[in-house]
Design a protein around this ligand. Sequence first.
Ligand code: FPP
Length: 275
Amino acid sequence: MAQGSAQAQAAEGLHAAIIMDGNGRWAVARGKLRTAGHLAGADAVRRTVEAAPDLGIGILTLYAFSSDNWQRPSDEVGTLMRLLRRYLMAETGRCVENGVRVEVIGRRDRIAPALVRVIESAEQATARGRRLLLRIAVDYSARDAILRAALRLRDSPHPRRAGEERCELSREEFSELLAGSSEKGAHDVDLLIRTGGEKRLSDFLLWECAYAELIFTDRMWPDFGAADLEDAVLQFRHRERRFGRVVPVSARSAAGAHAGDTGAPAARAAVALAP
Ligand code: FPP
């Protein structure tokens, strides 16, 4: 991430990312179909989005559907897509009122065109929101995102490196490729929460989580609410973030002191572009 972008991110508040796990088990424990768990999970999304800005969260990224989730039974996939559509249609107005900008990350080419239109219209309608950037990951795979950035580099070198026979690429420049923008890098995650008791990353924001603080809770996602989010942010505030240094980085600068901004020599990887 470029220096200016990291400062901008610090000004934007914390980046919290959530792996919303446990919907199925929550439903089964109540003698319901798994899809009922997703329905209740959508309510937890509403509660969480509403609570986030007052807790100092400026960016909230939610893992709604991984690229591997296509392997679930088709009725479950259908329910998840319908819930996303319904959520975007019902909540866009409220997002505009509350200064929430919606952005959907992940692949769009495998999503039904009607849903893509709903996504685009929610993104356009909320584009001026400044209180919270709500990113919903749909058909998302961190490995695929990194792979696509690498392929973009192969097919058309980074703008600042075009014309160089041997391309020396910094972390910040690769981060810009990952974000698909030469203005800003990918949003580094400050705080990653996973509900549902499992302790893994499941191909979510692997590059962006390089220095994320990880918080795992046994709470099933449909039961998650404002108090749980507040508890996670409090835990985060008590963590010592050192970014590889001996001395902790202060809470204020921590949100902007990501790997590329530590004052250390920029790590560069050489990529041969010419055969
Ligand atoms: C994981 O729980 C959850 C998902 C794969 C989907 C998350 C979707 C929602 C919370 C609702 C829709 C989202 C939005 C943004 C409106 P799981 O089913 O794998 O739970 P399990 O581990 O108990 O089986």
